[in-house]
Write a protein that binds this ligand. Structure first.
Ligand code: 3HC
Length: 683
């Protein structure tokens, strides 16, 4: 069946693209649209053409899976050029989302009508790209350079209402899009409205605007090449002809699409979607209906988790130990919503509706109707087991009993109750209402129904889900422990706090390890390690942390930690170096100058090695899941695609050789190379 069809009614031709699931502009679609336009153009009597899509959305862009393959004619730019010569009014009728090449296709039309819930945008930056089918040349001509660059560089789509105010949309459909588009076409014909080619419009801007824009976005887009290329291409729209501008866009696009950053970001695009696919779970697996949620514990995590469900207007009952603790939790949640209103993310009215779904209680019997209970109490096995035993006696038989533990053995927790099949880990990351990842931990007993429900729930609350098996720290914290271990050991061996942080920041991490610990509070990790068996971590690596906390230096909240703080100014805390010398002596570690390269490789290769062990042991379903976890939870630079993708980019051979060297120098307790990694290198 053809992916493009044409229907002609009187003077109006309707060209429909039908290429599920998202009408990506694959070669077949481009060829089909091109031919349909030629056929319609050759027919007498057609006085308007509507371009629309079947299924759930207008075109979601170029077909990403075709990138990296030899281009097949007609390419998108060739199709757009053909459209730019059409002399019959062309109307794009948009529902769902018109994204990337899909929006560029609509910009080649002379008029645009949008369904009220539709959105349009240019999200190419998320794939390490710039719009490559005229978007950088047409959008600034239509809405001005400032708004156009905002859309291109944020990658965020705009609503139909906003599109109308920006004059991207000519009209918003009030009834059915199909009928309204036909009525619009009839109007255009009746009024003899001219065709309006955006390419024929003029756009000007002061060159200083681009310089300032680059400075404005520099810190947010640090390390990414696409935003810089986007500014160059949009600037060309203001200094060169439309055709010359297109050439600049093309050159920049090709450089990016063939470069390592876009390959890495495209890997993550598919990896994030793949992560939600679990063998044995499919659309036929039964899912439970979640209408009521209960959260046990109103600390920062419990409150953040509650917000995810309140946002979706799901009733949440939060249980705390005393009326005072309930009140504190209510205040925390109200503050989160207050800040969302302040930032313009939600309205006062929406806030009130969401908060109205919240109930606080100290009584377990008040949560007996909950379909899903998530405990977020103190990270201690005995405490968690007690909570689970209580839940076992009050929760309804079908209720999912979830824990937010970050490290503890879920199999042990599950086997403490009579319905282990209902137990699952839902590991949120702080702040839980903002961080995009949800690590779903499947125990030896978790039923398929419970797992399928958790996956569906993650999608509903807008989280990227990754499934992990049970092991110490699961995927995320097991890996981050290795990363933190190497940073800690490097201090003992002679590296400075500022040096380690600078190297990791320059690698692309959002901040250095010690800046992060100071922000989060060093005491949190120190307390957590008090409950961890020493065989699970290297006590030497965290000796400085414990000593700092003991001396009252817990990080920013106490005015000093690894750094001392004076207003905005931070300086390495001299006490850290003294402690490093003392502990090096105690642990018989010889101090020496450490190169930046060693810091980077010790920290990042530790992640890679552990990541491959996690895959090898079957804790993660696939290597790309590990990449999703570490980019989403810890800000590993997306333009490097995640630690395991990065290993492939720099060469498995090299990584294995260095890991073997580290094992020789530092012992193989932590540096035993992963068998899977060795196999990858051998391939
Ligand atoms: N190309 C190829 N496949 C695509 C695709 C695309 N542009 N967009 C989505 N898909 C696939 C997904 O991989 C997924 O496949 P799967 O079912 O096998 O896993 C399937 O379509 C459904 O996608 P989602 O699970 O993401 O569905 P949602 O309903 O949650 O979201 C969406 C729909 C908002 C359209 C989302 O898929 C999306 O954001 N897509 C990417 C949009 C994009 O980045 N467009 C720009 C492409 S680059 C470009 O156009 C360059 C041009 O300027 C030249």
């Amino acid at each position: 069946m053809s992916v493009v069809s044409t229907e002609i009614n009187n003077e109006i031709a309707v060209i429909t693209i039908d290429n599920p699931p998202v009408n990506a502009l694959s070669h077949a679609v481009r060829e089909g649209v091109s031919r349909a336009l030629q056929d319609v153009g050759a027919k007498d009597g057609v006085r308007a053409i509507i371009l629309c899509c079947a299924g759930r959305t207008f075109c979601a862009g170029a077909d990403i899976s075709e990138f990296g393959k030899p281009p097949k004619s007609p390419t998108l730019p060739e199709l757009m050029e053909q459209m730019d010569h059409i002399t019959i009014p062309l109307i794009a009728a948009i529902h769902g989302t018109a994204l990337g090449g899909g929006f560029e296709l609509a910009l080649c039309c002379h008029y645009r009508i949008l369904e009220a819930a539709a959105k349009v945008g240019l999200p190419e930056v998320n794939l390490g790209l710039i719009p490559g089918a005229g978007g950088t040349q047409r959008l600034p001509r239509l809405i001005g350079v400032s708004q156009a660059l905002d859309m291109i560089i944020s990658g965020k789509p705009v609503s139909a209402e906003k599109a109308l105010s920006l004059k991207i949309a000519d009209r918003i459909s009030q009834n059915t899009l199909e009928q309204d588009a036909l009525a619009f076409a009839e109007e255009i014909i009746k009024d003899y409205r001219p065709i309006r080619r955006i390419s024929a419009l003029d756009v000007k801007a002061d060159p200083i605007f681009f310089e300032n824009f680059g400075k404005k976005i520099a810190s947010k887009t640090r390390g990414f090449l696409a935003p810089i290329a986007a500014i160059e291409a949009v600037k060309a729209a203001t200094t060169q002809s439309f055709e010359e501008g297109l050439k600049v866009e093309r050159t920049e696009f090709i450089k990016l699409v063939e470069g390592p950053q876009s390959k890495a970001q495209r890997h993550l695009f598919f990896a994030e979607r793949e992560a939600a696919k679990v063998p044995g779970i499919d659309k036929n697996t039964a899912v439970l209906d979640i209408r009521q949620v209960a959260i046990i514990g109103g600390g920062i995590m419990g409150c953040g988790i509650a917000v995810n469900f309140l946002n979706k207007l799901l009733p949440v009952t939060l249980l705390e130990i005393s009326p005072e603790a309930c009140e504190t939790a209510r205040q925390k949640i109200t503050e989160i919503y207050g800040s969302s209103v302040k930032k313009g993310r939600i309205t006062e009215d929406q806030k009130d509706k969401m908060l109205a779904q919240l109930t606080l209680t100290c009584a377990y019997h008040d949560i007996s109707d909950a379909d899903l209970v998530i405990e977020a109490v103190f990270e201690n096995m005995d405490v968690k087991k007690q909570v689970f035993e209580k839940l076992d006696s009050v929760a309804k038989p079908t209720a999912i009993l979830a824990t937010n533990t970050s490290f503890l053995d879920l199999n042990e927790m599950a086997s403490a109750i009579s319905r282990p099949q209902n137990v699952i880990g839902l590991h949120f990351f702080s702040p839980a209402h903002i961080m995009p990842l949800l690590e779903i931990i499947r125990t030896d007993h978790t039923s398929d129904e419970v797992l399928a429900t958790a996956l569906k729930l993650a999608k509903m609350i807008g989280k990227t889900a990754v499934v992990s098996g049970v092991c110490y720290g699961f995927i995320a914290n097991r890996m981050s422990s290795c990363y933190g271990r190497e940073a800690g050991l490097l201090l003992l061996e002679g590296a400075g706090v500022e040096q380690v942080d600078r190297v990791l920041y320059d690698f692309g991490m959002p901040m250095g390890m010690f800046t992060m610990l100071d922000m989060a509070g060093i005491d949190i990790g120190v307390m957590a390690r008090e409950n961890i068996s020493p065989e699970n971590y290297d006590q030497r690596a965290f000796a400085i942390h414990a000593a700092l906390v003991k001396a009252g230096y817990k990080g920013q909240k106490t005015g000093a930690g690894f750094y001392t703080y004076d207003g905005q100014q931070k300086t390495a805390n001299p006490m850290v170096n003294e402690l490093a010398q003392k502990f090096a002596e105690e642990f018989q570690i010889i101090r020496r100058p450490i190169s930046d390269q060693e810091i980077e490789e010790r920290c990042i290769f530790a992640l890679i090695n552990e990541g491959y062990k996690i895959v090898e042991e079957g804790i993660a379903l696939r290597a790309s899941d590990v990449d999703v976890v570490f980019t989403a939870a810890f800000g590993f630079p997306r333009y490097r695609g995640g630690p395991l993708f990065y290993a492939e980019q720099i060469g498995f051979d090299y990584v294995v050789r260095k890991i073997n060297e580290f094992a020789k120098t530092h012992g193989d307790r932590w540096w035993r190379p992963s068998k899977l990694l060795i196999n990858m290198a051998a391939k």
